[in-house]
Design a protein around this ligand. Structure first.
Ligand code: NAP
Ligand code: MN
Length: 264
């Protein structure tokens, strides 16, 4: 089995990276950054997001596991003092894998049918570079509303505890193959009206947003920050691809939610 390790880059994370590399090579696993079967991220949830995007073209072949060197994370759920246990588990192939939905984003441009496709593990947000975001929102092909406000956040179930939660979105269990649309400060008065509640769409239901005016957009895909000009539409749906996590011990999602947000 081949493995790769992505460290946040601080002294503690780098030290754990050296330890794990040493242990796993002793167990005859091979360090391979190009084609790993398992990617171990050491740092925080942000580090795992980075790791996901490093290996986004190998989602079917790569499983992820996260060690946190700061606070407990949603992706990074192993503590540094569990590292030995983790290594022994990993060496005992085959390990169990759980698969979670990811978000497909297709940005289409006005010029000659050009498009860009992205996968997000947490979410995609869209804002105008200046002024309010004004877009028509289509759901399953039908115009749903004209949104006017700061922006929109379209998240995955595992991303629902991140930015989406700050927008009062619901926390979705990652066994649900769905995406969630949450508003950022919509303008609602006698002239402008939006639904106001977060919406959860099942698999195969697409959400398409179309600009009403010709402005540039700030689009984030997880931690990645992009500016797109000349946007014709942006399409969102549950991706065909899934993200795979090595499941080496039970750690129920709702326990993680409680420990992260409420405490023990
Ligand atoms: P960051 O500024 O360090 O991330 C903000 C916080 O979100 C960090 O505490 C991060 O954990 C945590 N986080 C990331 N994914 C999470 C998840 N799935 N569930 C619960 N918490 C999660 O930047 P970053 O580490 O590069 O992460 C990028 C993410 O930040 C974006 O995908 C977005 O979800 C989030 N964000 C949130 C807000 C907000 O809540 N108002 C605004 C902008 C961005 P770690 O410290 O372990 O990395
Ligand atoms: Mn972070």
């Amino acid at each position: 089995m081949k493995f790769a390790i992505i460290s946040k880059g601080d002294a503690t994370s780098d030290k754990i990276k050296r330890q794990i590399t040493h242990y796993l090579t002793e167990f005859d696993l091979v360090y391979d950054e190009k084609k790993p079967d398992i990617v171990i991220s050491i740092g925080g949830d942000g580090t795992l997001l980075y790791a996901f995007h490093q290996y986004v073209d190998r989602l079917a072949e790569t499983a992820f596991v996260g060690v946190h060197t700061g606070h407990l994370g949603f992706y990074a759920d192993w503590t540094p003092d569990e590292v030995e246990k983790l290594v022994i588990h990993l060496a005992k192939t085959p390990f169990q894998v759980v698969q979670y939905p990811v978000l497909e984003v297709i940005v289409r441009f006005n010029d000659g049918g050009r498009e860009k496709r992205y996968l997000a593990l947490n979410e995609c947000t869209i804002k105008a570079t200046e002024g309010s975001l004004v877009v028509d929102v289509f759901i399953k092909g039908d115009k749903f509303e004209t949104f006017r406000g700061d922006g929109l956040c379209i998240s995955t179930p595992t991303g629902s505890t991140a930015y989406n939660k700050a927008l009062n979105g619901a926390i979705l269990h990652p066994s649900l193959s769905a995406i969630q649309i949450a508003e950022m400060a919509s303008i609602n008065n006698r002239v402008f009206r939006t639904i106001g509640s977060p919406l959860v769409l099942p698999e195969h239901h697409t959400c398409v947003i179309k600009p009403v005016n010709d402005v540039d957009y700030n689009i984030t895909i997880d931690h990645l920050f992009l500016v797109h000009k000349d946007v014709k539409s942006i399409q969102y749906r549950v991706a065909e691809e899934r993200v795979r996590f090595a499941r080496l011990r039970p750690f129920p999602f709702w326990v993680r939610v409680r420990q992260s947000f409420i405490g023990d």
